[in-house]
Design a protein. Structure first.
Length: 142
């Protein structure tokens, strides 16, 4: 309980909207900690691939990745590669809509990539428990 909260709350509060909700209801952060896990990737490991259902929101907090979109799976005409640096969020749209991955996210650094991983369904269930929080998140999505 408390150890999990101490470790995870720092990562939960990195997401500005979750931080705002915490100011409305201080139990939100504690509950959101249960929707959070950590994931490690080594060089050339894939985080997700095109076509898969997005069930997680990710924050890269250490290491480097790249996000690649190709014409076969994305609305692009040529391959597009974007570096993903520490502090970046991936797949936030999954909190507000059903989302399919249209690109490939892969680790590029010769060191480990460390990510915080939020389980979308569990995070949404937490936000829906408090009417003020859910109304705020629904308004934010519009």
């Amino acid at each position: 309980g408390d150890l999990r909260f101490e470790i995870h709350s720092v990562h939960v509060q990195q997401y500005p909207l979750f931080c705002f909700f915490a100011s409305v209801n201080d139990n939100i952060v504690r509950e959101l900690c249960h929707s959070l896990d950590f994931h490690l990737l080594r060089e050339d490991d894939d985080l997700f691939m095109p076509g898969g259902q997005c069930e997680f929101v990710y924050r890269l907090f250490d290491g480097c990745m790249q996000y690649i979109q190709e014409p076969l799976s994305s609305p692009v005409t040529v391959e597009n590669t974007v570096p993903v640096e520490a502090g970046s969020w991936l797949c936030e749209a999954a909190l507000w809509t059903r989302w399919l991955h249209v690109g490939l996210a892969t680790a590029t650094a010769q060191c480990q990539c460390q990510l915080s991983v939020f389980k979308v369904e569990q995070a949404l269930a937490t936000l829906k428990k408090d009417r003020r929080t859910w109304q705020g998140s629904s308004a934010d999505a519009e």
